[in-house]
Design a protein around this ligand. Sequence first.
Ligand code: ISC
Length: 377
Amino acid sequence: MSTAERSILARGADTVLDGGDIDRLDTRLSQALTGAAHPVAVGVLPFSTDPAGGEQGTDRAGARFVLPRELWSAAPAHGAAAQRATRGVPVPAEVTPIPEPEGHRAAVQRALTALGEGDLRKVVLARALDISFTADVDPACLLHNLVRDNTGGYTYAVELPRPADGSPGPRSLVGASPELLVRRSGTRVSAHPHAGSAPRSADADIDRRNAEALLGSAKDHAEHAMVTEAVVAALRPLCRRIDVPPAPSLMSTSTMWHLGTAITGELRDEGISALRLAAALHPTPAVCGTPTPAARSLVGELEPFERDYYAGAVGWVDTAGDGEWAVAIRCAQVAERSLRLYSGGGIVAGSDPDAELAETSAKFQTLLRAMGLDLRL
Ligand SMILES: C=C(O[C@H]1C=CC=C(C(=O)O)[C@@H]1O)C(=O)O
């Protein structure tokens, strides 16, 4: 994982811990970290934290932690990735959107109808893009280009567990997320939810106008406020002090503008690890919706694919319980010759199906650019 502050590189596995139950994993992790070669475990959480996920014999994506054989913590990696890597990302043979653009518009329309009927106030709907290649994709090459293009945020690559269906070959999740789920350093806790989006433009005037329109959009502020409220509600009982800016700020990546709120607090109890904090917050309405159960079930009904690790979290935790977790968005699952890209957006009252489709297309560009692909979707 590479951030604006540092990069962490973990290689090889001394111990691997799999499973769905985060509380049990947290306990097993602190035991395993005692006396480990390195004081850090790196890991990935799926979108669905169903306790059966990752258990033997089930095909649900589960949490996974690795106590690495080798570990380096270094300065940000962006300087070292100045040159674009071209080998390792072959020419695509076939591109399949799931669903087709019309299907995503229809799903947004159905979500808008659902918003008008019950207590649902927001749901995040995603679509996927399957790309097959004639040769293997090198995740390291993709990671290199993502690091090069994204000097802020959290750029990551993590190996995933083998699926229970017996598919061969390694799989990994590679992405560049702007969003901090949670960071813990001693008693200090931070979260930086992002929600509300507009595309960047190469034309400086259009780019500025897009940013201004986002800052002035009541719909985007409402969409954002639901995330901030949920994050504050989850952290407040755990904190003796919590600081929340009165309004979101304009954030940017190389492809998107967002509204973001930097929340900080002071934990009451240093006994709660960064992993337990991540589990207390996940899934926020930035990736699921409000209220969570109704949104989660609508996601399951309307999205024609499993999210697996998309919209989960990627991060690390150390012996002291400190750690940093990014929301696993702007990512692709890489499996030898195939890639699945994911992109989602929040639907609230006032959302427009065409604009939502365009927003997911713009968010795909983070990965497509790193692959050197100029695909208009
Ligand atoms: C769910 C995604 O983005 C989230 C983060 C920032 C802005 C978002 C939005 O405006 O909808 C999403 O909540 C994604 O990129 O797949």
